[in-house]
Design a protein around this ligand. Structure first.
Ligand SMILES: Cc1cc2nc3c(=O)[nH]c(=O)nc-3n(C[C@H](O)[C@H](O)[C@H](O)COP(=O)(O)OP(=O)(O)OC[C@H]3O[C@@H](n4cnc5c(N)ncnc54)[C@H](O)[C@@H]3O)c2cc1C
Length: 86
């Protein structure tokens, strides 16, 4: 980008990492977001909106790794089940 020159690099694969900004603006008026735009949840993945749960990288304080994201998802699913059961 700096030199405006281009070149070709032969690789076996590509991992795309183009930014870390959370795509959370759809929820800005529904749940509480952090200053960085991540969704605030408690330890059961509940957001500030009853019945709405968040999991993974979108969450404030997420470790932003696959293993915790999967754990978040399992917790959020169980919390949703519990919420619906009443
Ligand atoms: C280059 C790179 C390398 C990484 N390497 C590792 C690693 O080695 N080990 C590790 O543990 N973690 C790694 N990570 C982090 C890991 O990928 C994430 O922590 C994990 O994918 C988070 O899962 P997630 O489901 O929360 O979010 P994502 O995997 O980002 O899934 C979110 C999904 O929501 C979709 N989406 C977004 N907006 C909308 C919308 N408005 N409507 C509908 N769908 C929408 C997106 O398209 C996406 O499919 C890496 C990340 C990157 C970028």
């Amino acid at each position: 980008m700096k030199t405006k020159k281009s070149s070709t690099l032969e690789v076996a694969g590509v991992f795309v990492a183009v930014g870390l900004k959370p795509n959370s603006q759809h929820f800005a008026n529904i749940v509480k977001l952090s200053e960085s735009g991540h969704i605030r949840t408690d330890e059961l993945m509940a957001t500030s909106s009853p019945g709405l749960f968040a999991a993974g990288d979108i969450r404030k304080s997420s470790a932003r790794q696959i293993a915790p994201a999967v754990g978040d998802g399992a917790t959020a699913a169980l919390s949703a089940f519990s919420y619906l059961r009443g």
